[in-house]
Design a protein around this ligand. Structure first.
Ligand code: BDR
Ligand code: CA
Length: 313
């Protein structure tokens, strides 16, 4: 059965691979893509999204969202995604335009139409999702769940304490975390476990599918970027988040009481998740992905890219 999803994204090299995976999977029905300023400014990530969607031969609407975080300045991550944001890959410019509705109106409208079945997959800062929840307080009753790539229960990648997507807009993350919507966090804890090593990359690149050549450029770019920081492996953060939606068995989760640091500048965007204990006085609000079987993720990635089907675990 196809599950209706909206992908909120800031492409981004790993966002691109995530969209590729979502497109290929026979389990997801992408109802639309919404864009948010994150890895690069909004105009650039929106044009990237339009170009990617054309390239993937996906016929879905793109709705443009927030150009800056709720209360902070926008700061890009171009160093990790290359000039233009797609690792130097230059796609043909799409002739399509984004829809006139902003991302938050589009999300709410789609949630109404899907009558409780719509899932959100958030691959960038949570600004659009928070704005939608502020504008449409009942939206929380209409969304089935949100899976987001972001946060960490260990160290960060943007600062020693915070992961980039949550760091970029901690106030938005806080609103989403307090919404009561079932949340699944695919944080650095597991995206740094579900990595591709050199041999895996060779194996993935041997597969034949419509995107082989572009995937080669993207993965080789990521290898270089990670080599610069002394890592001989490649995390595919956003692609792992999409894979976890395609196959609910891929990750092990624990339910916790989570908060996002918004006050301190040093700890800005740090995510803290505690066990649900009585003395916490907080309802559990987030399922945190704690473990992933790396081999299974790669198996899944290869299977879906090649056939669209989710191989049995
Ligand atoms: C996240 O930050 C972005 O740069 C990536 O696209 C991913 O969503 C990883 O921390
Ligand atoms: Ca992203």
């Amino acid at each position: 059965m196809h599950r209706p999803v909206i992908i909120d994204t800031d492409p981004g090299v790993d966002d691109f691979i995530a969209l590729m995976l979502a497109k290929q999977s026979d389990r997801l029905e992408i109802r639309g893509v919404t864009t948010v300023a994150g890895n690069l400014p909004l105009e650039i990530v929106t044009q990237n999204a339009l170009n990617i969607i054309d390239f993937l031969d996906l016929h879905v609407p793109v709705a443009k969202g927030a150009s800056k975080p709720l209360k902070r300045q926008q700061e890009s991550a171009e160093a990790f995604h290359g000039k233009g944001g797609l690792g130097g890959v230059v796609l043909p410019i799409s002739q399509n335009r984004y829809v006139l509705q902003p991302a938050w109106d589009f999300i709410d409208e789609q949630a109404r139409q899907a009558e409780g079945r719509l899932e959100l997959i958030a691959l960038g800062p949570l600004t659009n999702v928070a704005t939608a929840l502020l504008k449409y307080p009942d939206l929380k009753k209409r969304l089935k769940c949100i899976t987001f790539m972001g946060g960490s229960t260990g160290g960060g990648n943007r600062t020693p304490y915070a992961e980039f997507n949550i760091w970029a807009d901690p106030e938005a993350a806080q609103i989403v975390w307090e919404s009561g919507i079932p949340l699944r966090m695919v944080g650095l804890d597991i995206t740094l476990k579900g990595v591709l090593k050199a041999q895996d990359i060779q194996d993935v690149l041997r597969l034949e599918h419509p995107y082989t050549l572009v995937l080669r450029y993207l993965l080789e770019f990521l290898q270089q970027v990670n080599a610069r920081v002394g890592q001989d492996f490649v995390p595919l953060h956003d692609a792992l988040a999409v894979a976890s939606v395609i196959d609910a068995q891929l990750l092990d989760y624990t339910l916790g009481c989570g908060i996002v640091e918004t006050e301190s500048e040093v700890y800005r965007g740090r995510t803290i998740v505690r066990k649900p204990l009585l003395e916490n006085r907080q309802q559990p609000n987030v399922w945190v992905g704690l473990d992933v079987d790396r081999e299974q993720f790669i198996h899944l990635l290869k299977g879906i890219l090649q056939t669209g089907q989710t191989p049995n675990l």
